[in-house]
Design a binder for this molecule. Structure first.
Ligand code: CAO
Length: 685
């Protein structure tokens, strides 16, 4: 049976634009699968399918203007059951798909507007919309929306945090009183809100005949947010004790107690901010308490001197528990007979100065504080950060604590540099990336501290060329990953040098310049063949290796832009003159910056020749994933014992660095023996 799907109730919009068609003829569609995305000037909305079936015809195009009741699709419905729900030409209301609006901009919720319900829609029969409002703020008149923790379209759980609000004393999470899907967010970050203000619209599933959504026990009115706990800005309560029994005493002892916790039964003492025998100002923070929803300071209801602290960090406390004994010195100070209520507290002007933490908390005490200056501070293991350094909401701080992130290092992008959840994620992403790349002090390698060289003389900052940057990266990667050993030897090239010269002299003008390098390339190829350990690459799992069966050799070329390593392919299949030609051509291209990427890839081994420049030896760095590299230094005539006498011989210093994970010292000794023998033998070829 074919059913025509029509545009559902558009919630007031006359016409909307078809933004996207999400299905095509022939598609099998599920119940509630998105068919279209519509857009009005206020919102975008998905149109879900009211039934399962196969799309036969799409009756609209992207960009079309449509109105409620317009035909969208023809669908062959798949079961008799579905057919019963959807007639071929059903009444528009019965066939309409339920829009799931995704408000692109927050819209103020009209006061007293009954929650829109979509009971007419077959899909929405078990759903209704609820407006969630700012709960009792515990006396604060207005608070700031610090963070909106959900977005339109999000499925949220009962008690999931919707917003983080901030008064001048505390931040608090506003948990959802009901599970559902966020339809619209009606406030913006940074806006000021008061109790009862609409926060967002939720589409909630209603269960059973009563049609009531499942909700938190404490929040059983529709569209009411759960009470945040604890309430912001509680003031400690104090009761007078008369140490001497005389009410006229200029100084008296007050017991300061845990104030109304706004519904929380027990909270944890995160931090004790004062010390015994220390003077405190009225409103100076005495403690930081934390429930599972918020952190709060407990300001002192009066000035005085702390005589005795009656609880410990980490302990669980409830309203009325004694915090400390305060020797009250200022008669004008508010006393226990008139304790500051939470409401009064919010009217008190800003404290003269930000409260200071009295002592470093013990290193094992992770804590988060919100100070009266609205700044947050995180105490991570072994660290105390002053309240003015970090600014973040409870959810972010909790996550940071769990992950061991020092929030001080996270760049906050929120209002007043507040650290948002995304900032924390970005920081962690970057940290993981650094760790994996092994750069910037990852993997436990301490970064080199930056030095201001201008303190010692005039300087100039010069950018590295791209090649230099790549070389730096490659060298560091190899140096950090490859355990290097360098094996030294000398090859007697007296005869080879004579041979080379005679070849060069007898060659016609058309022949290229013949240096030692082509001979070295051939000898290396032969040595790789005879010593396969040098032609291996260790697999990433360190459990396998790849044995290369070809002999490509890279040669380091010094260019004005930096070091490049063109690769001579299949060295074993070329003769001296072909190699001489290729070396010249590759070296020239390298110096001109004209090497193609392919000409710098695929090497099994590298030769780095400094022979023309000088030196007795050096320790080259393996060009990983190759297993070895040969450093060639300047040849010189040396006295060599022949068995009967010292003979002057031309000796070539060779330094063979290798990856000791895949090549053993014995392999290196054998490789070098082959190499020197090959160089000697080359004179006879
Ligand atoms: N001992 C003595 N003389 C040597 C020699 C050695 N080991 N190697 C080369 N020479 C001589 C050559 O025979 C040539 O002499 P003549 O001009 O008298 O004929 C002269 O030095 C110049 O040689 P060359 O440099 O033109 O040619 P090459 O084939 O030896 O080297 C190349 C080519 C591209 C490797 C070289 O030019 C080069 O760039 N070398 C630098 C490599 C480098 O930077 N390595 C370090 C990497 S790690 O930082």
């Amino acid at each position: 049976m074919t059913e025509t799907i029509r545009i559902p109730d558009l919630g007031g919009a006359d016409t909307v634009t078809v933004l996207e068609i999400s299905v095509a003829p022939g598609d099998t569609i599920e119940l509630e699968q998105t068919l279209l995305v519509l857009e009005s000037d206020k919102a975008t909305m998905d149109v879900p399918s009211p039934s399962t079936g196969v799309v036969e015809k799409v009756l609209v195009s992207e960009g079309d203007e449509v109105a409620e009741g317009d035909a969208i699709l023809e669908v062959a419905i798949s079961t008799a059951e579905d057919a019963g729900q959807s007639e071929a030409e059903p009444e528009p209301e019965a066939e309409s798909a339920a829009p799931q609006q995704q408000q692109s901009e927050p819209q103020p919720a009209p006061e007293n507007e009954p929650p829109r319900n979509t009971e007419e829609s077959p899909v929405a029969q078990a759903e209704k919309d609820e407006v969630i409002r700012v709960p009792d703020l515990g006396g604060a008149e207005t608070v700031t929306v610090l963070e909106i923790s959900v977005a339109p379209g999000d499925t949220i759980e009962l008690e999931q945090t919707l917003l983080v609000l901030e008064s001048d004393k505390a931040t608090m999470d506003v948990p959802s009183p009901v599970a559902g899907i966020v339809k619209q967010v009606l406030v913006k970050e940074g806006s000021e809100v008061s109790e009862g203000d609409a926060i967002l619209e939720l589409t909630v599933s209603v269960s059973g005949d009563a049609g009531q959504p499942e909700r938190a026990a404490a929040a059983d009115q529709p569209a009411a947010a759960a009470e945040p706990e604890p309430q912001p800005g509680p003031a400690a309560e104090a009761e007078t004790q008369q140490p001497g029994g005389a009410s006229e005493e200029p100084a008296r002892l007050e017991v300061v107690r845990v104030p109304d916790l706004g519904g929380s039964e027990a909270v944890t003492v995160l931090e004790i901010s004062v010390a015994e025998d220390e003077p405190v100002e009225q409103e100076q923070s005495l403690l930081v308490l934390e429930s599972d929803k918020a952190t709060m300071d407990v300001p002192s209801p009066m000035a005085g001197i702390v005589k005795r602290i009656l609880l410990t960090e980490g302990s669980e406390v409830s309203e009325g528990d004694a915090i400390l004994e305060l020797l009250v010195t200022d008669k004008a100070t508010q006393t226990a007979s008139a304790p500051v209520t939470a409401e009064q507290q919010t009217q008190v002007s800003e404290p003269e100065k930000a409260p200071q933490p009295a002592a470093e908390p013990p290193p094992q005490q992770p804590a988060v504080v919100e100070k009266a200056d609205n700044k947050g501070a995180v105490v991570n293991e072994g660290q105390y950060l002053s309240a003015s350094e970090v600014y973040a909401g409870p959810a972010v701080r909790k996550l940071a604590r769990e992950l061991g992130v020092d929030l001080k290092k996270v760049k906050g992008t929120g209002p007043r540099q507040r650290v948002q959840p995304d900032d924390l994620h970005a920081y962690l992403k970057q940290a993981v990336k650094q760790l994996q790349s092994g750069s910037g002090g990852g993997e436990g390698i301490p970064p080199v501290p930056e030095t201001d060289f201008s303190r010692y003389g005039s300087t100039e900052q010069v950018a590295l060329t791209r090649i230099q940057q790549l070389t730096a990266k490659g060298m560091q990667r190899s140096w950090l990953n490859v355990p290097h050993v360098t094996h030294f030897d000398e090859a007697d090239i007296t005869d080879l040098e004579e041979h080379r010269k005679s070849l060069a002299e007898s060659a016609g003008a058309e022949k290229p310049k013949l240096t030692l390098l082509p001979f070295l390339l051939l000898a290396v190829a032969k040595s790789l063949e005879e010593n396969p350990a040098f032609n291996r690459a260790l697999a990433a799992d360190s459990k396998n290796f790849v044995q290369r069966q070809f002999f490509n050799v890279g040669m380091a070329v010094d260019t004005p832009n930096g070091l490049v390593v063109p690769v001579v392919k299949d060295v074993d299949q070329k003769d001296i003159w072909q190699l001489a030609e290729e070396i010249l051509s590759l070296a020239e291209k390298a110096r001109q910056g004209q090497l193609k990427p392919d000409e710098m890839k695929g090497a099994c081994f590298t030769i780095s020749s400094l022979g023309a420049i000088g030196g007795n030896g050096f320790t080259p760095i393996v060009n990983t994933p190759e297993a070895g590299i040969l450093g060639v230094s300047r040849s010189q005539i040396k006295p060599v014992w022949s068995g009967t006498e010292f003979e002057p011989r031309l000796m070539l210093p060779l330094s063979l660095s290798y990856d000791h994970r895949i090549v053993n010292g014995a392999d290196a000794g054998r490789f070098m023996a082959t190499l020197t023998a090959e160089l000697a033998a080359a004179a006879r070829q």
